[in-house]
Design a binder for this molecule. Structure first.
Ligand code: NDP
Length: 457
């Protein structure tokens, strides 16, 4: 097999994302899918000595399990470039330096979002390597209008199929597994509809608090950070129609098609809730009040827990409530897609009590599947018990960033977010953002380590 040759230029290579997620993800890719020949170039404002850069790369790729025979050649060819990406001459010089026949270039923007956008605006007037790919990190815009504007900038530089908007949730095993679970098992897809399903919860409750990302988080909050991007994309995978092929056109068309039908249940005030943690203890760790965290601006009214209730206006899902929720410094750390089925339409007379409804829980960390079924006969003959069928899924070969990077390196945008999909995610939540800005929804409080405000379900 001929190796895929690519030059991966990470802009923002001295940042947290690069060493903690991106390079370890690449490490899992180089370990498990050997047919990639990657020339790696790092770039940032502050200079970094070559030895320090090579050591950073070796450590981070090693964390992903990159074998020594892959690491050696990559370390021999890697380099670090000092530049300001908002400087036209610097960008032009970088492009000239990395352009090489037969080796497509990926510019990976691991930069603050405003810096990424400014750099892309400059690219529009520069001479670009043939087939240049742009990989753009989240958050993609901060509102519908800003996402539309960024899309206009990007598509003035390269065509849409060379733009990779990164959302690593699309590389998570549980999310990928939704396609197999639904469309490769006869027992799920025929009942995957409003006739049989009462509600779906998509929940990512984190025990972690701010973990050094306060500067970013205080301007984003839980709704923008998690619900607007990750959780709406998971919703699209849960609810989309069956693809005829697993490819970028088919799957992303169907995600877009589903998201276009997603709306808040009722008005924007009643279908959303927000709260912020106060001091408490999470898993034995003391967590300060959010407003006492360094760098917080109380005027931002940043929520650390957000919840929205949505409906999908189509024949498959009419009447089903989808609840998306995510927050920080929470007690239980639930990360799961929970599908609650309706009770049976008719229960034979003679059973005692009602049959409990089935519940399917797809755990995201660790990856697991649990199905609660009603059984009887184990205790009293005609009494029901809830019996869980439960399995842990095996460890994935690739970390989520490895999955995403494989698409970028091979030029397959299947697992990246298409421009219209990114805009739909903002369109869905715009009324919530407006209602919160207008003070129509109170900012409640919960002690760190609890499961949210007492008054919430
Ligand atoms: P950091 O603040 O840790 O790093 C930012 C990087 O950008 C640094 O290398 C910095 O270089 C560089 N940089 C800033 N301005 C310029 C410029 N004008 N020219 C060249 N380089 C520049 O950010 P993160 O790594 O945390 O995040 C990067 C992106 O990834 C953001 O968009 C973020 O939202 C996204 N992201 C981050 C995640 C995370 O867990 N960290 C998770 C998901 C997404 P220097 O230090 O030399 O100034």
């Amino acid at each position: 097999m001929t190796p895929t040759r690519v030059t991966l230029v990470i802009l923002g290579a001295s940042g947290d994302l690069t060493s903690r997620l991106l390079l370890p993800g690449l490490g899992t890719l180089l370990k498990n899918r050997l047919a990639h020949d990657v020339r790696l170039v790092g770039a940032a404002v502050e200079a970094m000595p070559a030895a320090q850069w090579r050591s950073l790369v070796a450590t981070a790729l090693g964390e992903g399990g990159c074998p020594a025979d892959e690491l050696g050649p990559l370390l021999a060819s890697t380099e670090f470039v000092q530049l300001d990406v908002t400087n036209r001459e610097h960008l032009a010089a970088l492009l000239a330096r990395v352009d090489e026949p037969g080796r497509p270039v990926v510019l990976y923007f691991a930069l603050p979002p405003t810096v990424s956008q400014r750099a892309c605006e400059l690219l529009a007037d520069l001479e670009l390597p043939d087939g240049l790919r742009l990989a753009i990190e989240k958050p993609f815009g901060s509102s519908l209008e800003s996402a539309q504007e960024f899309n206009r900038v990007l598509t003035s530089v390269v065509p849409e199929d060379q733009i990779f908007r990164v959302d690593h949730y699309l590389g998570k095993a549980t999310v990928l597994n939704l396609l197999g679970l639904r469309f490769a098992n006869r027992i799920f897809e025929p009942i995957w509809n409003a006739t049989n399903i009462e509600w779906v919860d998509i929940v990512v409750d984190e025990q972690l608090a701010l973990e050094g990302r306060a500067g970013y988080y205080d301007h984003a909050g839980a709704l923008r950070d998690m619900v607007q991007s990750h959780l709406l994309l998971v919703l699209a995978m849960v609810a989309m129609e069956a693809p005829a092929r697993i490819d970028a056109l088919e799957v992303r068309d169907l995600m877009s098609h589903t998201l276009r039908r997603v709306h808040l249940v009722g008005d924007s005030g009643s279908s959303s809730r927000r709260a912020r943690y106060t001091a408490g203890t999470v898993d034995g760790r003391a967590v300060p009040d959010y407003v006492d965290e360094e760098g917080m601006d109380t005027a931002n009214k940043t929520e650390t827990l957000a919840e929205v209730e949505l409906e999908i206006r189509n024949a498959r899902w009419a009447g089903v409530r989808f609840r998306l929720r995510s927050g920080k410094a929470l007690g239980s750390g639930v990360r799961a897609i929970i599908v609650k089925f309706r009770e049976v339409a008719y229960l034979p007379e003679g059973f005692e009590g009602r049959a409990p409804a089935n519940v399917l829980v797809l755990g995201m960390a660790p990856e697991s599947i649990q199905l609660a079924i009603a059984t009887n006969g184990g205790g009293r003959a005609w009494n029901f018990e809830v019996t869980p069928l439960s399995i842990q899924l095996g460890q994935s070969e690739l970390r989520p960033y490895g999955e995403i990077l494989e698409g970028i390196i091979t030029g397959d945008p299947l697992l990246s977010v298409r421009g219209d999909v990114a805009e739909e995610c903002w369109r869905i939540l715009t009324p919530v953002l407006e209602a919160w800005r207008a003070g129509e929804v109170p900012l409640e409080e919960y002690p760190a380590g609890s499961d949210g405000p007492n008054s919430w379900d």
